[in-house]
Design a protein around this ligand. Structure first.
Ligand SMILES: [Zn+2]
Length: 434
């Protein structure tokens, strides 16, 4: 029979199809009798042993090997021996090459699909994935970001902490929770933590309290998008309050829903919306006022100069009337509470903030597939070790002693920043992180 197995030491003797699997019977190829290590004399055959293991799929079907091995016995001392099969995985009823193939793919496919392809139990796939993750955890090290983003994503009903490299737009790490008990030990152990120069976060106090003791050179800047979003939320609250009071005819007069007021900046309003805005100004001046407060707040960030931005904020704050616009008054208080960290934006390098917050929504989609029973550890690994996304943006850097232009294996060291967020998002959208 043609050796379609290509496994050393065994040869196929029979092949049959059984319940959608290919079953291959194989025999140990005997080359002489083994010698007893203690007595140094040939042993004799003493029965056989059949081992059933899973192997890499063929013709899109799971493969099971039934390997028959002779057992040997020493006539002098009675020692029993069965020849070893080095191509078998020691811990699973599978060939090493199958386990390797599963490790290659298990973070980019569902465990269920992997189980169907290989004939192994879902739990076995899960265990192989956990071993792989432990290996990755030990061996993969991403360069500590100089400009670090810290944010949260809702995964499996809980807020998880997502740490990014804002200069390169890579995912750096994900933590199970965003409490100080999780964050403090993390920052305490972070390699090269003196590298971090800027940390961009929202107003969640535990972030600041967690990292400030451990990142000696880091300055905090509150993420611009988190700040301006509060102005949008304040307007949205006013809109809902006012619109609820309108009767149907009045509502249609201005436009059925005024939600666009919250969502759009003036330059992106359509001619119809501009006319509606004029109608709002005439009919509902209170709502128009709220809109103007939102807009003026957004424009603070357009100011290129810090001192001038601070004055613009003060002028804005002073215009808030003594009653009404409660959400805007509360926004002003929040800005005062985080004043230095919010205005640190004007001292920070240009890259800070931007597209990144929006990109995180892509990661939420991975999270939403949590229904498949993935643990946080698996979800984290699927994102953090996504192969294709890791290839983007990694560079080869010459380490000390290397001369530029003279690459040798000793002087070159790959530097990885982590998976590239836009690539990761594209992968998650096309199901490659399932
Ligand atoms: Zn012996």
């Amino acid at each position: 029979m043609l050796d379609l197995l290509n496994l050393p030491g065994i040869e196929p003797v029979d092949l049959r199809s059984e319940n959608g699997s290919i079953v291959i019977a194989a025999q140990y190829s005997l080359e002489g009798l083994p010698i007893c290590p203690s007595c140094v004399q040939p042993m004799y055959r003493h029965g056989k042993r059949v081992t059933v293991v899973a192997d890499t799929p063929m013709q899109m079907q799971p493969v099971r090997l039934e390997i028959s091995r002779p057992r040997f016995r020493c006539g002098a001392c009675g020692t029993m021996d069965t020849p070893e099969l080095p191509f078998l995985d020691e811990r699973r009823r599978a060939t090493r090459r199958l386990v390797d193939a599963i490790r290659e793919r298990c973070l980019s496919m569902t465990f269920h699909a992997m189980s169907q392809q290989t004939g192994l139990a879902v739990n076995t796939i899960k265990n192989i994935a956990h071993d792989l993750i432990a290996d990755l955890e030990r061996t993969v090290r991403y360069e500590t970001p100089i400009i670090m983003g810290i944010d949260e994503v809702m995964i499996g009903g809980a807020y998880r902490c997502v740490i990014t490299n804002l200069a390169t737009n890579n995912l750096f790490d994900m933590l199970e929770a965003r409490t100080q008990q999780h964050l403090k030990p993390y920052f305490a152990k972070l390699p090269n933590r003196d590298r971090v120069e800027w940390v961009c976060t929202d107003m969640w106090r535990p972030y600041k309290n967690s990292f400030e003791a451990y990142l000696p050179n880091a300055r905090l800047v509150i993420d611009k998008f988190h700040v301006v979003r509060m102005a949008s939320d304040a307007l949205e609250a006013e809109r809902k309050r006012l619109q609820a009071k309108l009767d149907k005819d009045d509502r249609i007069k201005v436009k059925k829903s005024l939600r666009w007021l919250t969502l759009k900046r003036p330059k992106s309003l359509s001619p119809t919306e501009l006319r509606a805005l004029d109608a709002v100004r005439e009919t509902y001046p209170a709502l128009a006022l709220a809109y103007d407060f939102k807009e003026t707040f957004y424009r603070i960030y357009d100011d290129p100069d810090k001192a001038s931005a601070m004055r613009a904020f003060e002028a804005w704050e002073n215009c808030i009337p003594a009653s009404g616009l409660d959400e805007f008054r509360s926004l002003a208080r929040t800005v005062r509470d985080h004043y230095a960290d919010i205005f640190a934006y004007w001292d920070s390098p240009a890259q800070i903030t931007n597209a990144y917050t929006e990109s995180l929504n892509g990661l939420i989609k991975i999270a939403n597939r949590n229904g498949r029973g993935y643990s946080f550890e698996i979800l984290r690994a699927k994102a953090l070790y996504a192969k294709e996304a890791r290839k983007v943006g990694s560079v080869i850097r010459l380490i000390d002693g290397g001369r530029p232009g003279v690459p040798t294996t000793e002087t070159r060291k790959p530097v990885e920043y982590g998976p590239h967020i836009p690539t990761l998002v594209a992968m998650s959208e096309s199901g490659q992180l399932d």
